[in-house]
Design a protein around this ligand. Structure first.
Ligand code: NAP
Ligand code: ZN
Length: 346
C-alpha cells in the first residue's frame, strides 16, 4: 500500500479538507499515475453534497484526472513510465460487455466510478483525482495526444466526452442546427466540439454576458433565455438541443425549439424531477433523450479528435486549498469555463 494525499469531503455538510489515505499496490494489469491536474466538474459538487443521495464518505472527488505514469504492472502493454495519461469517470466495468465489444460499458451495471464507489473486489472505496496519485487498470487509462497540454486537456475526460458522445451519436455535422443550453464546463466544450464537427451551433445562456466568448469558441448565434422573445424567435429551429443545466428549468419551453423529429438530450442532472407535458413531444414527433459520459473507446476517439482539432478546455487553474471557494463560484456560474486543480499545490 502507498500513502496518498488528497482532499476529501468527510460528510455532505462539510467543506473539503486535507485527507490521507491508502492506494493499493499495483496489480499486474495496473498503471500507477502521478496526478498533475484534475478538473472540477459540477458532478463533484452534486456528489460531495450528496445531492444524488448515494454518497460514500469520506469522499475524494475528481474524475478529470491528468498525470504521468510512474509505474506499470508486469502485464501492462499499452503504457510505460513517463506517458501522459488520463482517467475519466470510471475505473472498471462489466468485462462481458467489453468482450462483446459493444462499447457502451458506461451504461452497464458493472461500472465502477472513479470515486464515490467501491472497487470491483468489493473491499475498498474508490477515491478520485483530487489527490497526488491514482492506481487504475490499464484498460481504463486514456492517452493524451502530444499537442494537448495536460492542464487544459484534463476536462476533456468528463466535460469533453459528455458532449462529444451525444453530438456524435445524434450526428451533429454540416447542415445540422445544434443548440447548447448552458455555457459552463460542459457547455463550452459542446460549442467547441460541435463547431469542429461542422454543425451550426447556438448557445442558449441565461444572459448575454458570455456572448463574445461563445462566438469566439465557435458558436454562430447566442441567445439569452431570460429574454422571453428568445423562445418565440427560435421556435422550431433545432435538430438537436443538448441541455447541460444541472438545475430545474422548464424543459417544455426548450422542446418547443426543436424541429419536427428533433431531439433534446439531457446531460445536466437536476436534483429534482422536471415535469414534461406529453404535447411537448407529441407535437412534432420529438424525442427527449439522455446521455452519460462515453465508453473508453469513444473517450479515446474524442481525445484523438480534440488532438486533431487542437481542442482543449478554457481553464482557470487553482490551488487545491481554494477548492471550496471554487465550488461556490461554479454554483454562481462564475467560472470561465472550467476550474482545474494544480496538484503541485497539494
Ligand atoms: P457548470 O459548469 O456549472 O455549467 C452549468 C451551466 O448551466 C452554467 O454555466 C449556466 O450556464 C447554466 N445554469 C446554471 N444554473 C442555471 C439556472 N438556474 N438556469 C439556467 N441555466 C443555468 O456545470 P457542468 O460541470 O458543466 O455540469 C453541468 C451538469 O451536467 C451538472 O448537473 C453535472 O452533474 C452534469 N454532468 C452530467 C454528465 C453526464 O454524463 N450526463 C457528465 C458530467 C456532468 P449559463 O451561465 O450560460 O446560463
Ligand atoms: Zn464530470
Amino acid at each position: 500500500m502507498a500513502i496518498a494525499k488528497g482532499y476529501a469531503a468527510t460528510d455532505a455538510s462539510q467543506p473539503l479538507t486535507p485527507f490521507t489515505f491508502e492506494r493499493r499496490d499495483p496489480n499486474e494489469d495496473d498503471v500507477v499515475i502521478s496526478v498533475k491536474y484534475c478538473g472540477v466538474c459540477h458532478s463533484d459538487i452534486h456528489q460531495a453534497r450528496n445531492e444524488w443521495g448515494n454518497g460514500i464518505f469520506p469522499m475524494v472527488p475528481g474524475h478529470e484526472v491528468a498525470g504521468i505514469v510512474t509505474a506499470v504492472g508486469s502485464r501492462v502493454t499499452k503504457f510505460k513510465t513517463g506517458d501522459r495519461v488520463g482517467v475519466g469517470c470510471f475505473v472498471n466495468s462489466c468485462t462481458k460487455c467489453a468482450e462483446r465489444n459493444v462499447d457502451l460499458e458506461q451504461y452497464m451495471p458493472g461500472i465502477v466510478q472513479t470515486y464515490n464507489d467501491v472497487e470491483a473486489d468489493g473491499t475498498t472505496p474508490t477515491y478520485g483525482g483530487y489527490s497526488d496519485s491514482i492506481v487504475v487498470k490499464e484498460g481504463y487509462v486514456l492517452s493524451f495526444p502530444d499537442n494537448l497540454p495536460l492542464d487544459a486537456a484534463a476536462p476533456l475526460l468528463c466535460a469533453g466526452i459528455t458532449l462529444y458522445s451525444p453530438l456524435h451519436h445524434w450526428k451533429a455535422g454540416p447542415g445540422k442546427n445544434v443548440a447548447i443550453v448552458g455555457m459552463g464546463g460542459l457547455g463550452h466544450m459542446g460549442v467547441k466540439i460541435g463547431h469542429a464537427m461542422g454543425a451550426e451551433v447556438t448557445v442558449l445562456s441565461q444572459s448575454l454576458s458570455k456572448k463574445e466568448d461563445g462566438l469566439k469558441l465557435g458558436a454562430s448565434h447566442y441567445y439569452a433565455t431570460s429574454d422571453p422573445k428568445t423562445f418565440t424567435t427560435l421556435a422550431g429551429t433545432f435538430d438537436l438541443i443538448i441541455c447541460t443545466v444541472g438545475t430545474v428549468i422548464d424543459w417544455n419551453a426548450y422542446l418547443n425549439l426543436l424541429k419536427i423529429d428533433g431531439t433534446m438530450v439531457l446531460v445536466g442532472v437536476p436534483e429534482h424531477p422536471v415535469p414534461v407535458h406529453a404535447f411537448s413531444v407529441i407535437g412534432g414527433r420529438k424525442s427527449l433523450a439522455g446521455s452519460g459520459i462515453g465508453s473508453i473507446k469513444e473517450t479515446q476517439e474524442m481525445l484523438d479528435f480534440c488532438g486533431k482539432h487542437n481542442i482543449v478546455a478554457e481553464i482557470e487553474t487553482i490551488d487545491i486549498k481554494d477548492i471550496n471557494q471554487a465550488y461556490e463560484r461554479v454554483l454562481k456560474s462564475d467560472v470561465r469555463y472550467r476550474f482545474v486543480i494544480d496538484m503541485a499545490s497539494l
